[in-house]
Design a protein around this ligand. Sequence first.
Ligand SMILES: [Zn+2]
Length: 294
Amino acid sequence: MTWASGSVANHSAAPYELSCHLCQNPVMATIVVLHAHPDDEAIATSGTMAKAKADGHRVVLVVATRGELGQSPDDLAEGESLADRRTTETLKSAAIIGADRVAFLGYRDSGMEDDPRINDLDTFHSADLESASQRMADILREEGADILIGYDERGNYLHPDHIKVHLVGARAAEIAGTPKVFEATMNRDFLWKLMQQRTQGLPPEMQAEVMGNATSVDDFNLGMREWTITHRVDVAAYVPIKKAAMIAHASQINDQSFFLQMPEEMFAESFGQEWFIHRGVSRGTDEPFADSLL
Ligand SMILES: [Zn+2]
């Protein structure tokens, strides 16, 4: 009997044999997650990142900008910039999530489309796509990344820096030959239903605050339609980590914010799952969501 056939035979006869260690503990993978601004990682993918870390994988956080155009808190120390503060907050959040490394791509926050500073030469929006992708690809190669997580093509809500994450992520993975690309998104159909339930009975102006000008799921400006989404990762067990990571970004998400004011149950319902599109892969109409990126 050869060693190989012996191990196969033992595998079915005695599941607790050493040969089964690998089937229960898949080989460690490296997951690199690209975000646009500090705090995006906490809101959008911290559950999946914390879960991957707990499962023994290497998790690397890359942030394109330091969120220079965010809200400036009143308590900046002398000589401390908003970028300094947000860098510190990102490192705190990453430590809570368990990220193994944090890197910044070094671009400046672009702001929204109508912000006159968007076309400044140092913004992420103005950056040449090929050179920004090259910067990102260098990190992917250095890490030997198995998976890159970027954003969907709408950047979730049409923020120029988020759309750039989509473009740079896709191109960088191509340059570096990263095998799997996932696009973090939100399930628009799920959120539309949830928000309609939650805002029922509220005055129209308050409904408009949450739902925007949308009159149907088609023009609701969040995430992607459910049929385009391939993965739903259950991160219910990581909701407390997710919340702590958000709290680490105190300059932007204070305890009066919409997210942190949510009742516990609604917070868990809204943040207990994370949605992804596996780039280049589609899901059959009757096929359930896959639940693991690995
Ligand atoms: Zn952002």
